[in-house]
Design a protein around this ligand. Sequence first.
Ligand code: URA
Length: 189
Amino acid sequence: MNKLQALNALHQKETENKNSPLFVDGNTNIVFGEGNCYAQLMIIGEAPGKNEDIQKKPFVGRAGKLLDKALAECNLFRKDIYITNIVKTRPSENRTPTEEEMSRSWPFLEKQINIIQPHVICSVGACATNALLKKKIPITKIHGLALPFNDIIIVPTFHPAYVLRDPRKYKDFLQDLQFVTQIIKNINK
Ligand code: URA
């Protein structure tokens, strides 16, 4: 089974499972993730919002548009990346997912990572970063660092929704993504 088949099989199994632990708040739309399952870069956010829930695609709202803009400045496009979230269904009122919701999604995310085997994961926002590192560290302290995670490098950055609220952070956000691009270029040298 190739990566695409493995990912599709994983998604299908979960969609057909009405008791899937991925559902929160009685939601029925699972936003698995999208992009290139052969990508060297995975971007992992927090959880789908309203637009993502409707379209069943990650990062399609205003925050997603800002993410796309910054990625394009690094010459990276959705076709080059696999994008997903820690939690796969929309928490009500766009609240931060609970620890319990995150741990219920964790085995599924781990399977996605194991299938895709990215070289780099860019975690966007404190929630995704803390969940991946299993530590609570302020994002202002660790953004833009290359951190080991099994055989993968994690580079945390700000969440684009936060950058929308504080546009002065765009420069740092872009720099972190440029650093990610550089790591991938160095791996491919
Ligand atoms: N915010 C996230 O963390 N993920 C999305 O998919 C959309 C908004």
